[in-house]
Design a protein around this ligand. Structure first.
Ligand SMILES: C[S@@+](CC[C@H](N)C(=O)[O-])C[C@H]1O[C@@H](n2cnc3c(N)ncnc32)[C@H](O)[C@@H]1O
Length: 247
């Protein structure tokens, strides 16, 4: 399946577990502090990034939306608020992230619109042409087999449906690069270790961002898998990027 050279970074290189098992364990471990650290480390900007990503679907007015790697459900919840679809299905490997997501969905009163299920992006348990739109926020970087996950998403999208991916990327400006890399390499792992008590998760964040096939490399993968009209939008001086493609 892999046509494009890109390294898949492991949370723990010493472990004999597969990347998928390691990622599942890691998110189960950090689930309790995930939402807090997201907001703390991004200074709350993640909310604006998610909104901008979801607005790429505004003109499509999707009825059935799939949020892959939904985690604690932030994207699914914002999708209901902004796009008013009939249903949002969120899938994720991590039971503990989903458990917190279910509590948030209930609290928001969205039990009738949002269903969160355990599921793997690389073998999506829905038939082809099921969804008008698919979103993945900060998830594709964690896939064990990136192209397998993306081709599964393509399969479950309806013809004319749209994929929106939100993912970290490296800033392009020389002015902010030194600050950003200090922040990512030193501050995030320290804060992550302090709050989540997980030594590796926030080192993995830095390493996986560094190795991710970002920018045009990512849209080339989408094109290769059959997505049409792919495009990207850089956010916040390039530290985050929205990628889109249609079936
Ligand atoms: C950084 S979190 C992002 C969660 C959420 N989308 C958000 O925006 O906060 C990454 C999530 O991807 C999930 N994940 C990683 N690989 C996956 C896969 N193959 N299938 C489903 N979920 C996966 C992890 O369990 C984790 O919850």
């Amino acid at each position: 399946m892999t046509q494009f050279a890109h390294d898949s970074v492991l949370p723990d290189k010493q472990s004999s577990l597969s990347k998928k098992e390691q990622v599942e364990n890691m998110f189960n471990n950090i689930s309790g502090t995930y939402d807090f650290l997201n907001k703390f480390l991004s200074l709350g900007i993640d909310r604006r990034w998610r909104k901008k990503a979801l607005m790429q679907l505004a003109s499509l007015k999707p009825h059935a939306l799939l949020d892959v790697a939904t985690g604690t459900g932030d994207m699914a919840i914002q999708a209901v608020k902004l796009l008013h679809p009939i249903s949002v299905t969120g899938i994720d490997l991590s039971e503990k992230m989903l458990e917190l997501g279910k509590q948030k969905v209930k609290k928001e009163g969205f039990n009738n619109q949002i269903e969160l299920l355990k599921g793997d992006s690389e073998t999506i348990l829905f038939s082809q042409n099921s969804f008008d739109a698919v979103t993945v926020a900060f998830g594709v970087r964690n896939f064990e087999h990136l192209e397998q996950g993306l081709s599964e998403i393509y399969r479950v999208l309806k013809p004319g449906g749209k994929l929106v991916v939100l993912e970290f990327s490296k800033p392009t400006s020389w002015l902010i690069k030194p600050f950003y890399f200090t922040y990512l390499k030193l501050f995030c792992p320290l804060a992550g270790r302090f709050f989540s008590k997980d030594k590796t998760a926030y080192q993995y964040l830095n390493q996986s961002i560094n190795k991710f096939p970002e920018g045009k490399n990512f849209t080339r993968i989408l094109d290769h898998l059959g997505f049409k009209n792919s495009y990207l939008i850089k956010l916040s001086l390039g530290i985050c990027t929205i990628y889109c493609g249609e079936k």
